[in-house]
Unconditional design. Structure first.
Ligand SMILES: *[C@@H]1O[C@H](CO)[C@@H](O)[C@H](O)[C@H]1NC(C)=O
Ligand SMILES: *[C@@H]1O[C@H](CO)[C@@H](O)[C@H](O)[C@H]1NC(C)=O
Ligand SMILES: *[C@@H]1O[C@H](CO)[C@@H](O)[C@H](O)[C@H]1NC(C)=O
Ligand SMILES: *[C@@H]1O[C@H](CO)[C@@H](O)[C@H](O)[C@H]1NC(C)=O
Ligand SMILES: *[C@@H]1O[C@H](CO)[C@@H](O)[C@H](O)[C@H]1NC(C)=O
Ligand SMILES: *[C@@H]1O[C@H](CO)[C@@H](O)[C@H](O)[C@H]1NC(C)=O
Ligand SMILES: *[C@@H]1O[C@H](CO)[C@@H](O)[C@H](O)[C@H]1NC(C)=O
Ligand SMILES: CC(=O)N[C@H]1CO[C@H](CO)[C@@H](O)[C@@H]1O
Ligand SMILES: [Zn+2]
Length: 713
């Protein structure tokens, strides 16, 4: 199997809400003179919505969410409080409960034995900071991996880089023995669960995953920047918790693939979607002695010749480590639990009940705080509900039904949203117009969006209606800052947050948020320091970005729910489908050999058909508008709502039935980052199966034709 590096050529790597890894180096430099920087005029309703936003109240909601345990399945009162706040804004609310498999930490330990017999215990706790009250809560949550396997492992260990399949291929090529060893992997790159899966697939018996200041650019202590709480660099003891589910195979409750988790339902074997070997996350401080014990043994980091292999932990040379004589003894004890989770759901009925816009944010966090992930989004949604409450008071009614969702158990593997979609799929297939996701609304000042192509135009238009307070300026629009500072490209949706179940049932979706760019404070993702204090001091002092992101989401929702002509543009799929096609041709050229053939003409012709019918759609929609033909506008609105269902295939992608969208999917070995035309691309890059690739060309072409047919006049 060859390297997957090409998959990352996809135009934009995309925003992945629970984890954003935007490659800021790749951003296009757009000059401000080249774009429209003026603030668009707002109508009365838009103005009322925008003016309703208050940073001080957002800070108050944030404070509430970030001062109590709200790991999945453990804080019903927070779900109820959310419902109460939304009720105040005029939403009718309820809690939707599911009975799901989760596991909670009991005890974790790692001890290192050096070749001379000395032992060192890993600290495995983050420092208590006087400035940050939640870091000393007696019920603060241990460092662990959600859905990790209970077990002990004691063995020599190997440094495996980011732990992607290509990293393991490299180790195998170097002749490093992996069987029976423990993997020590660096965070970043693929979703953490896939690092553990790859280790397990190579016969390894445990995995330890560490954070590395090498991912922090110039904002490191080694380069003279103070660490949190004194400065914006990473605190050396901070640990990234997180799920180790095999996210690219299946999200949702791993014991109920494809059906709703209620009490009493049959439970499936989960071994294909969660690891069998134990894993534990550690800080870079704990990683330092473990990795430096490998210095001089095996192949030096610089000789391994893999990108991102060498990090920046002082004193560590990132050797592979065979023959060091050092061993790790790890123990991971988890408690398995079937337990209730609560999605808060709030509804304002629209006049057209067969058209629904869903806005979702998850509520559960790995830590007491969660000020960025996910509760910056939660705080924003309360302010949004208040804004719509004010609009309702003026007598306004939405044309389309609005559903707000506060998902539980996203962190374990998109559980609350996936189970909900599985429960309501008949209704959603008929009525869902689009799904708007806001997970980490703010962890820095750089706005970032990923969306299905039909939402690109409206997403950009709304950016012109909001001021984005970038680096102390107060007169730049979100569109201006996004275009010139963040690169001005809307990403492709992969996975990593709650839009996944919607996207893979053919529903238009957008994911939004703002993160840190080079030089910005290091976001302490999934650590105890993702706290209110960090947010207020470094992430978003004054909560100004929270406010602006909330205004954006509110206006986007307002237009989707109100505009007589549904603001979705199916025709905007055309340039994207063509760009993905060009990328696929590159993949074929790169991976093909003399005896491989792949005929892409069916796909090319399907894209042409789509182009033709979508342009018929545009003409007829314009005719309906010009002739003020309401019935015809409704017909066209329904086409815009429905056509993307055509991109899905009942049977799903090869060996992953859940992932039905044949245009984009999370990469099998990336988990977060997207792959386009995944059936074809991964048959080539993963399986080297050109016959299968040819079949997937046909299946993908047929899906595009089905979507096209729905747009036909
Ligand atoms: C639930 O969250 C709230 C708000 O953060 C907190 O006050 C409360 O203590 C939490 N409940 C539990 C049982 O931890
Ligand atoms: C073993 O080696 C480590 C690292 O070089 C050193 O710090 C420690 O003192 C040594 N222990 C003994 C018992 O020699
Ligand atoms: C770090 O600083 C150096 C020197 O100022 C600069 O060239 C480089 O681009 C910076 N790197 C990042 C990731 O910001
Ligand atoms: C890594 O690449 C360098 C330069 O091409 C080469 O000299 C070296 O042998 C390579 N290392 C290994 C372990 O293959
Ligand atoms: C909204 O519409 C649904 C379906 O018609 C109905 O069951 C529900 O009672 C309505 N809710 C409100 C608050 O009017
Ligand atoms: C914003 O202004 C404050 C106060 O003048 C200053 O301390 C801070 O460094 C400025 N921030 C940026 C990003 O320029
Ligand atoms: C291509 O054909 C040659 C000769 O028949 C064979 O040795 C080689 O393994 C084939 N390569 C692939 C990728 O199938
Ligand atoms: C730790 C934990 O949440 N344990 C729960 C496991 O499930 C049972 C039944 O649902 C609960 O009573 C426990 O509290
Ligand atoms: Zn999240």
């Amino acid at each position: 199997m060859k390297a997957q590096s090409l998959l990352l050529l996809t135009a934009a790597i995309g925003a992945q809400a629970c984890q954003r890894e935007h490659d800021w180096n790749k951003r296009r430099m757009i000059k401000r003179q080249e774009i429209d920087t003026s603030l668009a005029t707002l109508d009365e309703n838009e103005q009322l919505l925008v003016d309703s936003f208050d940073a001080t109240s957002i800070a108050e909601w944030s404070y509430y969410y970030t001062h109590g345990d709200h790991i999945a399945g453990r804080n019903k009162s927070m779900a109820e409080w959310t419902a109460m706040k939304w009720e105040e804004g005029g939403f009718t609310t309820r809690l939707d409960e599911y009975y799901v498999y989760l596991n909670y930490p009991v005890s974790q330990s790692i001890s290192l034995t050096l070749s001379n017999g000395s032992t060192i215990e890993a600290q495995l706790v983050e420092d208590i900071l006087e400035e940050d009250s939640v870091t000393s809560y007696p019920n603060r949550i241990p460092v662990f991996h959600g859905y990790s396997a209970s077990g002990d492992a004691s063995a020599e260990y190997v440094y495996v880089g980011r732990g992607q399949q290509v990293d393991f291929d490299r180790l195998v090529a170097l002749g490093v023995e992996l069987e029976g060893k423990i993997a020590v992997a660096r965070y970043g790159g693929p979703f953490r669960g896939l690092k553990v899966k790859n280790a397990q697939d190579h016969g390894m018996i445990g995995a330890v995953i560490f954070s590395d200041p090498g991912d922090d650019g110039n904002t490191t202590e080694a380069k003279g920047v103070a660490a949190y709480p004194d400065g914006p660099a990473r605190n050396p003891t901070s640990v990234q918790r997180g799920s180790v589910m095999f996210l690219s195979t299946y999200p949702g409750d791993p014991t109920t693939p494809g059906y709703v988790s209620k009490e009493g339902v049959p439970r499936a074997d989960k071994s294909n979607s969660v690891p069998r070997i134990p894993s534990i996350p550690i800080s870079w401080l704990d990683a330092q002695p473990i990795l430096s014990a490998l210095n001089g043994f095996g192949t030096a980091g610089t000789e391994v010749n893999r990108t991102n292999w060498v990090g920046a932990i002082p004193g560590v040379e990132y050797y592979t480590g065979e023959g060091s004589g050092a061993t790790i003894s790890m123990s991971n004890k988890m408690e398995d639990n079937y337990t209730t989770i609560w999605n808060t759901v709030g509804i304002i009925n629209g006049t057209n009940q067969d058209e629904v816009i869903i806005v979702g944010n998850h509520r559960d966090a790995w830590i007491i705080g969660g000020a960025a992930d996910p509760n910056s989004g939660s705080a924003v949604l309360i302010e949004l509900s208040k804004a719509f409450g004010k609009l309702l008071e003026t007598g306004w009614k939405p044309a389309r039904t609005i559903v707000l969702a506060s998902w539980d158990a996203e962190e374990y593997g998109l559980v609350g949203s996936t189970e909900w979609v599985e429960e309501y799929i008949p209704w959603l297939k008929n009525a869902a117009v689009s799904y708007l996701n806001i997970d980490v609304a703010v962890s820095g000042p750089m706005p970032d969006f990923s969306a299905t192509p039909d939402m690109h135009a409206i997403s950009r238009e709304i950016m012109k209606k909001v001021i984005w307070p970038y680096r102390n300026t107060t007169d730049r629009t979100l569109f201006d800052v996004w275009s010139t500072e963040s690169g001005g490209e809307i990403g492709v949706l992969g996975s990593g947050s709650d839009y996944t179940a919607f996207l893979h049932r053919g529903i238009a979706a957008i994911d939004m948020g703002a993160g840190g760019g080079p030089g910005d404070p290091i976001y302490p993702y999934h650590s105890n320091y993702d706290s209110y204090h960090w947010m207020d001091t470094f992430g978003d002092p004054g909560f100004v970005h929270h406010k602006a992101m909330g205004q954006y989401l509110t206006l986007l929702l307002y237009h989707l729910a109100t505009d007589e002509v549904l603001p979705l543009n199916p025709q905007d799929y055309v340039p994207e489908l063509k760009a993905y096609f060009a990328e696929l041709e590159d993949v074929v050229a790169e991976y093909g050999s003399d005896n491989t053939t792949l005929d892409l003409s069916e796909l090319e012709s399907a894209i042409s058909t789509f182009e033709e019918y979508s342009s018929q759609f545009v003409s007829l929609r314009q005719f309906a508008i010009d002739s003020k033909n309401r019935d015809l506008i409704t017909v066209q609105n329904h086409k815009a709502r429905d056509f993307s269902r055509g991109f899905t295939s009942q049977g799903g992608l090869p060996e992953r039935e859940f992932y039905q969208n044949l245009i984009f999917a999370p990469g099998l070995d990336t988990g977060y980052a997207p792959v386009t035309y995944p059936g074809v691309t991964e048959s080539i890059t993963f399986r080297d199966d050109w016959e299968a690739a040819q079949e997937w060309v046909s299946k993908t072409a047929r899906a595009i034709e089905v979507a096209a047919a729905m747009l036909k006049t």
